[in-house]
Design a protein around this ligand. Structure first.
Ligand code: GLP
Length: 261
């Protein structure tokens, strides 16, 4: 795992957007896995800026989102469809038919989940998956105790996640209880992963994910099994990492390291 610690959220977001732009510049028809939540907002804003000011092209890009709340229509302000449209898609030149987001309103979730997995495969698999982390260590909506081999399916949200996400709704009772989410196994098949976290409230989850044992109780810890993960953190989110001096040393020595390091 590469651990990149930035001084601020803005620096972290720029580093993340730069990694996405680098991929798109070398592979214009890349397949991106995208996340929602407040964490990637800065990176999306920066990608929009690069698109507008430097011509970053999304015309051949395909995207697959991680998850969606069950029961929310696409135009619900708290749906992940709405979030992605407002914060990224409406500002860039991605063809709408290249955008895939799990449906929260399908009448056949089992068939939809199987189709979603098939569509990812048919598009050649995900080149780069952007990920945030829940305060309980979840990735997408893979709550503690999710199988590390899990595939796209319905999950019941943990009380902690419902409480965390209540800030976006009028009242906690409005937060959906179920979500459709890519599984941990689905996520681990991405060729590379960009794991983002900011803020002190994520420090425990980040430390458990990067330095703790691999366990289904912290589904983000499964990323330790993946060969190509970059973790972009701001300083508060990195605050509980035991090896922080080593990560900083690696960052410092990176420019003179042999190619491929
Ligand atoms: C939700 C999403 C996750 C996201 C997490 C953290 O649970 N399903 O994909 O990583 O929230 O959200 P935030 O970035 O707002 O802290």
């Amino acid at each position: 795992m590469e651990v990149i610690i930035s001084e601020t959220y803005e620096d972290m977001s720029r580093a993340a957007a730069k990694a996405v732009a680098k991929l798109l510049n070398s592979k214009p028809n890349a397949v991106l896995g995208l996340a929602t939540g407040s964490t990637p907002l800065g990176a999306y804003k920066e990608l929009v800026r690069i698109h507008k000011n430097e011509g970053l092209d999304f015309s051949q890009v395909t995207t697959f989102n991680l998850d969606e709340y069950v029961g929310l229509k696409k135009d619900h302000p708290q749906s992940y469809h709405y979030f992605m449209h407002e914060n990224l898609f409406k500002h860039i030149n991605i063809p709408p038919q290249n955008v895939y987001i799990p449906s929260g309103t399908t009448d056949n979730f089992v068939a939809f989940c199987a189709w979603y997995e098939k569509r990812i495969r048919e598009c050649g698999g995900i080149d780069l998956q952007v990920l945030g982390v829940g305060s309980d260590g979840h990735i997408a909506f893979n709550e503690p105790s999710s199988s590390l081999g899990s595939r796209t399916r319905i999950k019941t949200l943990a009380r902690q996640t419902i409480a965390d996400n209540a800030r976006f709704f009028d009242k906690i009772a409005d937060v959906p209880i179920y979500a459709i989410t890519m599984g941990v196994g689905t996520i681990l098949e991405a060729r590379s992963i960009l794991f983002l976290a900011n803020g002190e409230h994520k420090a425990d989850a980040v430390a458990a994910a990067i330095e703790g044992p691999v366990t289904s109780m912290i589904t983000a810890s499964a990323l330790q099994l993946h060969p190509d993960v970059s973790c972009c953190l701001d300083r508060p989110a990195a605050g509980k990492l035991k090896m922080i001096d080593y990560y900083k040393w690696v960052q410092e020595k990176h420019p003179s390291a042999p190619q491929g390091t």
